[in-house]
Design a protein around this ligand. Structure first.
Ligand code: GLC
Length: 582
C-alpha cells in the first residue's frame, strides 16, 4: 500500500476550480435563498464573564466594547449577548425586572448605545436575548399582579385560587422541590413558575401581555438590534386549565410543556407586529419535539421565525457516559436532511446552559485538548446552518473542577443539590455529575492572558477563573501560529469564502464507521470532503471520494495519510477539509 503525503501547500491550488457544471453537482446557487443571517457566524457572549472594565469582578458592556476588535479578528459577524436587562439575578439575568433598562452591574443605556454603534461600525450584527416566558417576581407587573385579585395586572401571570384546592402537580426546572406552583398568602393563590420561584410565568393568553412584549421588542429594534433570541419560547403557550398530567411526564417535558395550543398564532402576531417591520431575524430557543414542529416554527411560508435552535445535538451528552459518534451522526444527518429544502437551523454543541465544548464532546487532556478543539470547531463550521460559537471555545477553554456545592453559583446546581439531598439520592454521584455537567463549567471568566485573573478583572471574579489560564489564554494563542485560536480564524475564513460550506448539500459518508465522521458538501461545481476523527487513536476509513483530492483546504495536523485506493488514516482527532476534483 503506497502512502501519499499531501502537503498542506496544496492549498494554493484551491482556487483552480472551474466554472463548468459537472455531474457531481446537486445543489445549485439559483435554488438557494440567501440571507445575511444564514451566512454569518454567531459568537455568544455571557456578559458576566467576558471582560470586567471597572474591577467589580463582573463583566460589563464597556468590557465587551474593549474586546470588539478581538471578536472582529475571529471573523465572526454576529454577537448574541445573554440578557443584559435590569435583574435581581436569581438566574443571572434570565429574571428580568425592567425590560427597558440595563443591569446596573453591566453599565448604562449609554454604554449599550455605544456598544451597538461600535458593533455596527465593525459590520457586526447584534442579537438580543428576549426572556418573556417569565419575568422576575421583582418586575412591577408581578408586584401589581400579586397585590390583589382585582388588580389590572392580575392576569399578566397564571394564578390558581386556593379555594379550588391544590393545583395539579406541575414540574419546575429549577425549584428545589421540583414544584411549579408556589403558594402566595397575600391573595391566597398559587402562581406558576416553570423555572425558579423568582421567575413567574407570564400569561400569553392575555393580549395586553403580548402587546407589552411586542412594544419591548420594537423599543430594541428601533435602537437597531439585528436579531432576537427568544428564550424558552416554546413554553409560552399553555393549556390554562392546567390539567393533571400523566405520571412521569417530566421525563418528556417538551412534549407536555412545549408548542402549546396558541404558540403559532402568537408567533404570527409577533411577526406581523415586529419582525416583518425591521431587518431582523428571530430564533426561538427549542424547536418542539419533532422535525415537523421545528419546520412549523421557521419555514418561510409560515411567517413566524427564521431559525430553529433544537437540542438534539447538544443534549447527546447529559450523563457521565458521554455520547456515541453514531448518534451524533444520526442526529445531525437527520436534521440536515429535513432542512435541506426548506427552513434553516442553528448549528451548535455548547452554550451557557451546558459545560464546555471540549470537555463534553472532545478530550480536554493536555495531550488532546488542542487537536480535539480544532476538530470540533471544524465540524461546527462546516455544517449547513448558522454556527453558534460560545465564547472561550475558540481557545479551547475547559470545565472547571469544583468539588464542593459551596463553589457553585448557578441556581440549577444549588436547587438541584437541595432536591437531590431531600430525595436521599446518592450525593457522591450527584456531585460527580455536577462536576462534569454543571452550567457553571461554561460560565467561568474568559481567559485573556496569563496575568492575574487571566486579565478578566482587577477585582475578585464572581466565579473563579479556571486554574489552567496560564496555558490556555488568548494572548499566548495569538502568538502561536499553530494555536486553536489561529486555526479557528482560518476555519471561519474558509467558511466565509466558500458558499458551499454554508449552503451546499450535505452527504454522509461511511455512516457505519464508529470513529470517523465524514461527509461532503456540494454546491454548483464545488465539492468539499470533510473528514473528522472523533477518537484519541489513529483511525481509518475507506472513502473512494478521497481518490479525487484536488487540495487540502484545512488540516489540524501537518500531513494527511491517504492512499491511492481511497483509504484514509487519520491521527487522533484529526480534521481535514479537502476540495475534490470535478
Ligand atoms: C433558558 C436559558 C437558561 C435560563 C432559562 C430560564 O433555557 O437559556 O439559561 O436559565 O431559559 O430563563
Amino acid at each position: 500500500m503506497k502512502t501519499l503525503l499531501l502537503p498542506i501547500l496544496l492549498l494554493v491550488t484551491m482556487c483552480a476550480c472551474t466554472n463548468k457544471k459537472s455531474q457531481m453537482q446537486d445543489k445549485n446557487t439559483s435554488e438557494i435563498t440567501r440571507e445575511w443571517w444564514k451566512e454569518g457566524v454567531v459568537y455568544q457572549i455571557y456578559p458576566r464573564s467576558f471582560k470586567d472594565s471597572d474591577g467589580d469582578g463582573i463583566g460589563d458592556l464597556k468590557g465587551i466594547i474593549e474586546k470588539l476588535d478581538y471578536i472582529k479578528s475571529l471573523g465572526v459577524n454576529m454577537i448574541w449577548l445573554n440578557p443584559i436587562y435590569a435583574s435581581p439575578n436569581d438566574d443571572n439575568g434570565y429574571d428580568i425586572s425592567n425590560y427597558r433598562a440595563i443591569m446596573k452591574e453591566f453599565g448604562t443605556m449609554e454604554d449599550f448605545d455605544a456598544l451597538l454603534k461600535a458593533m455596527h461600525n465593525r459590520n457586526m450584527k447584534f442579537v438580543m436575548d428576549v426572556v418573556v416566558n417569565h419575568s422576575s417576581d421583582e418586575h412591577e407587573w408581578f408586584k401589581q399582579s400579586r397585590s390583589s385579585r382585582d388588580n389590572p395586572y392580575r392576569d399578566y401571570y397564571h394564578w390558581w385560587p386556593a379555594e379550588k384546592g391544590k393545583p395539579p402537580y406541575h414540574w419546575s426546572f429549577f425549584d428545589e422541590k421540583g414544584e411549579a406552583w408556589k403558594y402566595d398568602s397575600l391573595t391566597n393563590s398559587y402562581y406558576l413558575h416553570y423555572f425558579s420561584q423568582k421567575q413567574p410565568d407570564l400569561n400569553w393568553e392575555n393580549p395586553k401581555v403580548r402587546q407589552e412584549v411586542y412594544n419591548i421588542m420594537k423599543f430594541w429594534a428601533e435602537k437597531g438590534v439585528d436579531g432576537f433570541r427568544l428564550d424558552a419560547f416554546q413554553f409560552v403557550s399553555k393549556d390554562t386549565t392546567f390539567p393533571k398530567l400523566p405520571e412521569g411526564y417530566e421525563k418528556n417535558i417538551i412534549k407536555y410543556y412545549g408548542m402549546g395550543p396558541n404558540l403559532h398564532s402568537y408567533l404570527r402576531e409577533m411577526n406581523d407586529e415586529v419582525l416583518s417591520k425591521y431587518d431582523v431575524f428571530a430564533v426561538s430557543e427549542g424547536a418542539g419535539s419533532t422535525l415537523e414542529e421545528a419546520h412549523n416554527l421557521v419555514d418561510a411560508d409560515r411567517n413566524e421565525l427564521q431559525m430553529a435552535y433544537h437540542f438534539e445535538g447538544v443534549d447527546l451528552v447529559n450523563s457521565l457516559e458521554g455520547y456515541k459518534l453514531s448518534k451524533l451522526k444520526e442526529v445531525f444527518t437527520k436534521w440536515d436532511k429535513s432542512f435541506s429544502k426548506k427552513g434553516w437551523i442553528s448549528i451548535f454543541l455548547s452554550n451557557h446552559d451546558v459545560a464546555r465544548l471540549v470537555s463534553r464532546f472532545g478530550n480536554d487532556s493536555p495531550e488532546f485538548r488542542a487537536v480535539s478543539s480544532k476538530m470540533l470547531n471544524t465540524f461546527l463550521l462546516s455544517m449547513r446552518g448558522t454556527p453558534y460559537i460560545y465564547y472561550g471555545d475558540e481557545i479551547g477553554m475547559t470545565n472547571i473542577d469544583f468539588d464542593s456545592i459551596s463553589q457553585y453559583k448557578d441556581i440549577a446546581a444549588i436547587n438541584g443539590y437541595k432536591k437531590a439531598l431531600s430525595e436521599g439520592q446518592d450525593m457522591a454521584l450527584f456531585m460527580k455529575k455536577l462536576n462534569f455537567l454543571s452550567r457553571d463549567n461554561g460560565r467561568t471568566p474568559m481567559q485573556w492572558n496569563d496575568s492575574v485573573n487571566a486579565g478578566f478583572s482587577a477585582g475578585k471574579p464572581w466565579l473563579p477563573v479556571n486554574k489552567n489560564y496560564k496555558t490556555i489564554n488568548v494572548a499566548s494563542q495569538e502568538k502561536d501560529s499553530n494555536s486553536i485560536l489561529n486555526y479557528f480564524k482560518k476555519m471561519v475564513e474558509l467558511r466565509k469564502n466558500n458558499k458551499v460550506l454554508i449552503y451546499g448539500d450535505y452527504e454522509l459518508l461511511g455512516a457505519e464507521n464508529p470513529n470517523i465522521y465524514a461527509y461532503t458538501r456540494t454546491l454548483d461545481d464545488k465539492k468539499m470532503l470533510v473528514v473528522l476523527n472523533f477518537t484519541d487513536h489513529d483511525s481509518s476509513i475507506d472513502l473512494p471520494e478521497s481518490k479525487n483530492l484536488e487540495a487540502i483546504l484545512i488540516n489540524n495536523y501537518k500531513d494527511l495519510n491517504n492512499d491511492e485506493n481511497g483509504n484514509l488514516t487519520l491521527k487522533p482527532y484529526q480534521a481535514v477539509i479537502c476540495l475534490l476534483k470535478n
